[in-house]
Design a protein around this ligand. Structure first.
Ligand code: FPP
Length: 239
């Protein structure tokens, strides 16, 4: 295990766009899904390390609302990988005191994925450590549409007047309600965009990019991102 640097500041919420699985596999002449399988190992590392260094919330972009456009075999592989991750890791998540949550429109995931997710969410619900949000069938725009519809219905039914709608109220209608906004968003594989991830919550997030492909992302590099985060001056629009 690498010597861990002392972290003077630990981000409360880290969110990760785990990109580059397909390219990792292609470079090795393997099918794309081999990259996802290898990427699941990196997931285990970031969950463990985040909990150990004191991150309160870790959000992983595992499947976007746009990912349904991928070939059917790849989508179904990803869904099965998720089920097997949830089943295999449940004991480990409990040992690590992790509370599992899902963000995204879960109701449109295959029934077996929903079942495995609900079981893991329930079994980890009494844990008191880090929250692990798996973003599944998640899109920032879709999340906002779902929130706006619910707000509209609550205004219409007289729960509160339209003038009560503020940024703080909108926060409470998002999938991440009651969680801190991401302090740090990491994206691997050299792409530098948000791809519909945490659009509202990421308004003031620090962004950190690396060319490393997700399956090659190591604990050492993750800790480097956390150290770099500690050096950023966050002003939130102030001077
Ligand atoms: C992006 O790489 C990755 C995904 C769309 C899926 C992420 C899934 C995992 C890391 C594995 C399983 C997750 C869990 C939570 C167990 P890409 O396929 O777009 O790569 P490319 O850009 O190189 O094609």
């Amino acid at each position: 295990m690498p010597q861990r640097p002392a972290l003077t500041v630990v981000p409360r919420h880290v969110a990760i766009i785990m990109d580059g699985n397909g390219r990792w596999a292609k470079k090795r002449g393997l099918p794309r899904v081999a990259g996802h399988r290898e990427g699941a190992k990196t997931v285990r590392m970031v969950v463990r390390t985040s909990g150990e260094v004191g991150v309160e919330v870790l959000t992983l972009y595992a499947f976007s609302t746009e990912n349904w456009r991928r070939p059917e075999e790849e989508v179904s592989y990803l869904m099965n990988l998720l089920i097997s991750y949830l089943k295999k890791e449940l004991d480990e998540l409990c040992r690590e005191n992790v509370r599992l949550r899902a963000i995204g429109d879960i109701s449109n995931l295959p029934r077996e994925v929903q079942q495995a997710l609900l079981e893991a969410i329930q079994k980890t619900d009494n844990n008191t450590g880090m929250i692990l949000n798996l973003a599944l069938n998640y899109g920032g725009k879709d999340e906002l549409v779902r929130a706006i519809k619910r707000i509209y219905r609550d205004v219409e039914s007289g729960k509160f007047p339209i003038d009560s709608v503020t940024p703080d109220l909108i926060d409470t209608y998002l999938d991440t309600a009651s969680q801190p906004d991401p302090d740090l968003i990491i994206r691997t594989s050299g792409e530098m965009r948000l791809s519909n991830f945490l659009l509202w919550q990421g308004a003031y997030s620090e962004l950190w990019f690396t060319d490393t492909l997700w399956p090659d992302f190591t604990e050492e590099e993750y800790l480097k991102a956390l150290v770099d985060y500690g050096k950023r001056g966050r002003r939130f629009g102030n001077v």
